[in-house]
Design a protein around this ligand. Structure first.
Ligand code: CAA
Length: 279
C-alpha cells in the first residue's frame, strides 16, 4: 500500500512518520519544499532519538526515512492507495484539496481527512464519489498517542471504513469507529473539559502549575491541562472550540476569554515559545 499525506505540520509529519515506520512507501506533500524538508528533519530527529534510546535499529531508521518522498505537487500522489489530508483546518482549503485530489488519484483510492472539528460529510460534499471519503482523526503527538478515530461520514462506504480501520491498525494504533458528529468522540468530551479547566484558573485562583499538578496527581492525567493546551496549540484549541460551539450551542464548548486573549496575543503554546508556560 502506498500512503499520501497532505500537509506536513505537526499532525501530518507525525502521521507520515507512522506510515514510514510501518513500512509504507509514503509521499508527503507541502506547499513549499522548505516546509517539507523541515518536516523530514523533524521526523529524522524523532527516529534518531529512538535509535539513541535503543528502541529502533539504525538500519530500520534508515529504511523508514528512505520510504519518505517529498513533493509540492498533488500529481505526485496519483498512485497512492490512501491519501490522508492534514492541512489547515479551513473548509475552503480542504474543499480545494479534495477536489484536486480526486482529479489525480485512482477511482478506488481512499481520501481520508485528519480534521478534528470540521464535518467529514461537508468536506466530502465536493467529491464526485463521496463514498471514498472517511475521517482518520489522530491525536497529538500522533506518533505517541495510540488512538485513531475512524469517522464514517453520511455517504462513506463500509469498505472504505474498513480500509481506514485496517490502516490504523497497521500504523500501530487502536482505531475506534464513530459517526460524523461534532467533535467525534474524544474532542466532544475533552474540549469542554479543557475549557472548564481554564475557567477554574480564575474561579479558584490557582496558577497553571497548581492546576496541572492537581489534574495530574488528583485525576491521573498524564500531563496537566495547561501543558496539554500548550502542546495542542492555543489557536488550534480555540478554533476547535468555536467550531463545536457553533454547532452544538453548549456554553461549555465556547472558548474561555482568557484562552482567546492568549491566542490573539500570539501566545500559542510550545510552537510560539510561550503559552501558559515559556519554552
Ligand atoms: N512526535 C514524535 N515523537 C515525539 C514527539 C512528537 N511530537 N514528542 C515527543 N516525541 C518522542 C521524543 O523523542 C521523546 O523522547 P526524548 O524526549 O527522549 O527525545 C519520546 O517521544 C517520549 O516523549 P516524552 O518523554 O515526552 O513521553 P511521555 O512518556 O512523557 O509521554 C505524552 C508524552 C504521550 C505526550 C504524554 O504526556 C501524554 O499522553 N499526554 C497527553 C497527550 C494528549 O492528551 N493528547 C491529545 C491532545 S487532544 C488532540 O490531539 C485532539 C485534537 O484534535 C487537537
Amino acid at each position: 500500500m502506498k500512503v499520501g499525506v497532505v500537509g506536513l505540520g505537526s499532525m501530518g509529519s507525525g502521521i507520515a512518520q507512522l506510515a514510514i515506520e510501518a513500512g509504507f512507501e509514503t509521499v508527503g506533500r507541502e506547499v513549499d519544499l522548505a516546509r517539507a524538508e523541515s518536516a523530514r528533519d523533524t521526523i529524522a530527529h524523532f527516529l534518531t532519538r529512538k535509535v539513541e534510546k535503543g528502541q529502533l535499529e539504525q538500519d530500520r531508521c534508515d529504511g523508514a526515512l528512505s520510504r519518505l518522498a517529498l513533493t509540492t505537487e498533488l500529481d505526485s500522489l496519483a498512485d497512492c492507495d490512501v491519501v490522508i489530508e492534514a492541512a489547515f483546518e479551513d473548509l475552503a482549503v480542504k474543499h480545494e484539496l479534495f477536489r484536486a485530489l480526486e482529479d489525480v488519484v485512482r477511482d478506488d483510492a481512499v481520501l481520508a481527512t485528519n480534521t478534528s472539528a470540521l464535518s467529514v460529510t461537508e468536506i466530502a460534499s465536493v467529491l464526485a464519489r463521496p463514498e471514498r471519503a472517511v475521517g482518520m482523526h489522530f491525536f497529538n503527538p500522533a506518533p505517541l498517542m495510540p488512538l485513531v478515530e475512524i469517522v464514517r461520514a453520511e455517504r462513506t462506504s463500509e469498505a472504505v471504513c474498513d480500509v481506514a480501520f485496517d490502516l490504523g491498525t497497521q500504523l500501530g494504533k487502536t482505531p475506534i469507529r464513530c459517526l460524523d458528529t461534532p467533535g467525534f468522540v474524544v474532542n466532544r468530551v475533552l474540549i469542554p473539559l479543557l475549557n472548564d479547566c481554564v475557567r477554574v484558573l480564575d474561579e479558584a485562583g490557582v496558577t497553571p502549575e497548581a492546576l496541572d499538578a492537581g489534574m495530574q496527581h488528583g485525576a491521573g492525567w498524564p500531563m496537566g491541562p495547561c501543558a496539554l493546551l500548550d502542546l495542542v496549540g492555543l489557536d488550534v484549541h480555540v478554533h476547535a472550540s468555536e467550531a463545536l460551539y457553533e454547532k452544538l450551542r453548549e456554553p461549555r464548548m465556547a472558548p474561555p476569554p482568557r484562552l482567546v486573549r492568549l491566542a490573539l496575543a500570539g501566545k500559542l503554546g510550545r510552537k510560539s515559545g510561550e503559552g501558559f508556560y515559556t519554552y
